[in-house]
Design a protein around this ligand. Structure first.
Ligand SMILES: [Zn+2]
Length: 234
């Protein structure tokens, strides 16, 4: 059984991307992030201008890269836009939703296609530590100190400037697509570092709110990535 599984993984991960263009039918998100569904979900490309999906396993085997069509345009548009300010950086998308939404392995709050996890952008001596990219789903296991240094390599830190720019650009594209960022989940102890950057100071004025009073488990899980919860503007 194990062998079959590994052959499947190899088979699927061998090709760079299976084209699965959106069929043009807009998506519908039903319910909310904890109890919801996604109708006509659009699968994000595994890579595109300024972005990369973090894990072939999550993409091909688990099928977790689906979003609402509005979120699709928001996420891809924002990353393309960021290429001007960050030409050599790829923003890394983590888990989104199942093709039809609903419960996902390890995530209960990704049910209606309006939620996306993003890898906290990293810096090492002013460049990007590439090897962290290859971690795939194990990326979720990285830990950071309360000022954003990696616990396994203190030379690697969260790039709070890039993260703030990413959130501001996502907000800009969200609004073009009839969405807004309802809530960001990010480790509470890291927020002061984020808010002290130039871009971070503008987040509050855009009405982007951060979750407060998170449980210990949820709080500790959101240092290596941040969860963005979009909302359709009625
Ligand atoms: Zn999440």
């Amino acid at each position: 059984m194990k062998a079959v599984f590994f052959i499947l993984v190899l088979l699927f991960s061998g090709s760079s991307a299976f084209p699965q263009p959106p069929d043009g039918v807009e998506s519908t998100s039903l319910g909310d992030y904890r109890n919801g569904k996604l109708v006509n979900g659009w699968r994000l490309p595994r890579k595109g201008k300024g972005f990369l999906y973090f894990s072939r396993f999550s993409y091909y085997i688990l099928g977790n890269a689906n979003v609402n069509s509005r979120v699709y345009r928001t996420v891809t548009g924002a990353c393309e836009d960021l290429k001007t300010a960050y030409p050599s950086r790829k923003f890394i998308i983590m888990e989104c939703a199942n093709k039809k939404g609903g419960k996902m392995l390890l995530h209960r709050t990704h049910q209606n296609g309006l939620n996306v996890d993003f890898m906290s952008p990293l810096l090492k001596k002013k460049s990007r530590p590439k090897y962290f990219r290859g971690l795939g789903i194990f990326r979720y296991l990285l830990n950071f100190t309360d000022n954003g240094k990696s616990k396994i390599n203190p030379a690697v830190t969260i790039d709070f400037d890039a993260m703030a720019a990413h959130l501001l650009t996502l907000d800009k594209h969200a609004r073009k697509n009839g969405l807004r960022i309802k809530r960001v989940i990010f480790k509470m102890e890291l927020k002061d570092e984020l808010f002290s950057t130039e871009g971070g100071k503008r987040l509050a004025s855009k009405g982007i709110t951060f979750a407060q009073g998170l449980s210990r488990m949820v709080n500790n899980a959101h240092d290596d990535h941040y969860h963005v919860n979009f909302e359709i503007i009625p």
